[in-house]
Ligand binder design. Structure first.
Ligand code: ADP
Ligand code: MG
Length: 243
């Protein structure tokens, strides 16, 4: 579904991504792990078009999407959340998700105005599937941190992606909130058939949800494979897991 090959990105001479390689098979949950500063968020920004790559290739559904604008990549079926919460704080929970639902329809068909009923139905569907229905009329600034993180995922899901990118979805969360995200990732993957790419610090979570793991170290992919193989990989243990 997604292939990243020999990707490079420097900031003012600092090579943040020096050789990133990744493949996400259809329907799988894949985790990118690596210490702070390894380049995980930068890699996500390159994949979603929020940053331009210096060289290398990103293919999504057999199309080269390297350096396309974020909205074009979103239109092809990729959506993401950010490490720092990115929601419309002056809108209600319902309005936040509705924005994504409408935007997706506009991208699909430029002059098509979806009926209000369709938009409401789809928005409520997303809210229900992410467990936010009871908060739909709340101002999102009144939500707890955990609920705001879930809302951000709901906005991404509102654009009906086939591939969802989640950058540290449990950063700063309590263990109950983290478990909620784990259940949500499993639900979106198993029940909704989404392919999911996550970065995550919590190794228990990674080994619980991911079918495949890629290890990024100083901007370079040092290993990629099944969780049990990654756990036993000596170079990974030296670079990361042994820390
Ligand atoms: P991670 O998400 O794995 O913690 P990041 O991708 O955020 O890592 O950062 C990787 C490296 O690139 C860090 O050293 C960071 O300081 C640097 N970096 C990230 N974004 C920028 C930027 N916009 N300008 C300069 N340096 C950056
Ligand atoms: Mg990061």
């Amino acid at each position: 579904m997604l292939q990243v090959e020999r990707l490079k990105k420097a900031f003012d001479g600092f090579q943040a991504i020096s050789d990133a390689n990744l493949s996400v098979p259809q329907g799988e949950v894949v985790a990118v792990i690596g210490p702070n500063g390894a380049g995980k968020s930068t890699l996500f920004n390159l994949i979603s078009g929020h940053l331009q790559a210096d060289s290398g290739h990103i293919r999504f559904l057999n199309e080269d999407i390297t350096n396309l604008a974020p909205y074009k990549i979103c239109h092809k079926g990729m959506a993401r959340s950010f490490q720092l919460i990115n929601i419309f704080t002056s809108l209600t929970v319902f309005e936040n998700v509705q924005t994504a639902v409408i935007a997706k329809h506009r991208l699909d068909q430029k002059f098509f105005k979806p009926s209000k009923r369709l938009v409401v139905e789809e928005t409520l569907d997303v809210l229900e599937s992410l467990g936010l229905l009871e908060y739909k009329d709340r101002s999102c600034s009144s939500l707890s941190y955990g609920d705001q993180k879930v809302l951000e995922i709901a906005i991404a899901v509102g654009s009906k992606p086939t591939l969802l990118l989640l950058d540290e979805p449990t950063a700063g969360m309590s263990s109950e909130e983290t478990q909620r995200i784990v259940n949500l990732i499993k639900h979106l993957s198993r029940e909704k058939g989404l392919s999911i790419l996550i970065t995550e610090h919590d190794m228990d979570l990674v080994f619980d949800v991911a079918q495949k793991i890629m290890v990024l170290h100083q901007g370079k992919t040092i290993a990629q494979g099944l969780p049990q193989d990654i756990r036993n990989d000596k170079s990974v243990q030296n670079a990361y897991l042994g820390e």
